[in-house]
Design a protein around this ligand. Structure first.
Ligand code: ADE
Length: 254
């Protein structure tokens, strides 16, 4: 999978060089490229923002540097596509256009299901806005080249899209086949089945007067599986009842 990130703070994305995502890059599973938006400005001051029409506090990101950056990425990616792949996939086939992911607190929530969907894309471009956001016309324009997806990390406001981009790239990247060594660890984790994960324990079996639940030492895989399922429900009911309310058709509620 190819991921391009456009930002005015390229150094923020250095975290993508470490741990599992860094390893996946070195192994060629993830081709992540970071672009400095200011490289696409045309004035001496490398200006990326201006005052909002209609007044109000803060600054708005100008659309032109974004259009130049995104155009360059879209054109470059097209050149990278091998000729046979071009003939196989018609331009309007799902997944044929790159996805433009725009982290913003005014987008729909980024959830595990969104991560799973985006993990199937060949090419993601992440536009990290700052200040009060990007001029709205950019998104209308970008829809001609990209599948534009606005996404929010949660109901709070960050200073910009970079931290959200890091979180989303990690959540998406780890679902790309081969990135996580043992694919089974992706199955039994929080949100993979709409529930929170069960509690986990390791050695020693007794620690500071607290014992690991007896069932986990029993070796009885059937009992362990039902205990874990029960714990998932108990946890989800107490910590995130909204998740159960959302999915009334789910078999775990039957
Ligand atoms: N940018 C600023 N706040 C954000 C949020 N909550 N989610 C995604 N991007 C953001």
């Amino acid at each position: 999978m190819r991921i391009d990130v456009v930002t005015i703070f390229p150094e923020y994305l250095a975290a993508l060089e470490v741990s599992l995502i860094g390893k996946a890059r070195r192994e060629g599973l993830l081709d992540i490229r970071i672009h400095d938006l200011r490289e696409h400005t045309v004035d001496r001051h490398r200006t990326v923002d201006d005052t909002p029409y209609g007044g109000g506090a803060g600054m708005v990101m100008k659309p032109e540097p974004w259009a130049l950056a995104l155009e360059g990425i879209a054109a470059g990616a097209e050149q990278d596509v091998p000729a046979e792949a071009e003939t196989e996939a018609p331009a309007d086939a799902p997944g044929a256009r790159p996805v433009l992911l725009v982290p913003t607190p005014s987008g729909p929530l980024f959830r595990q299901s969104v991560a799973a969907e985006l993990a199937m894309a060949d090419h993601l471009v992440v536009a990290c806005g700052r200040y009060e956001g990007i001029d709205e016309r950019l998104f209308e324009w970008a829809a001609e080249l990209f599948d534009v997806r606005l996404v929010s990390l949660g109901d709070y406001v960050l200073n910009g899209g970079e931290v959200a981009a890091l979180a989303m790239i990690e959540a998406i990247g780890r679902l790309v086949p081969g990135v996580v060594g043992n694919p089974e660890s992706l199955v039994e984790e929080s949100h993979s089945d709409g529930l929170l994960e069960y509690p986990v324990y390791t050695k020693p079996s007794s620690w500071r007067g607290r014992d690991v639940p007896e069932v986990l030492l029993s070796g009885d895989h059937g009992r362990i599986a039902s205990w874990r399922r029960e714990q998932q429900l108990v946890r989800t009911r107490s910590r995130r009842p909204d998740l159960l309310a959302e999915d009334k058709t789910a078999s775990h509620l039957a």
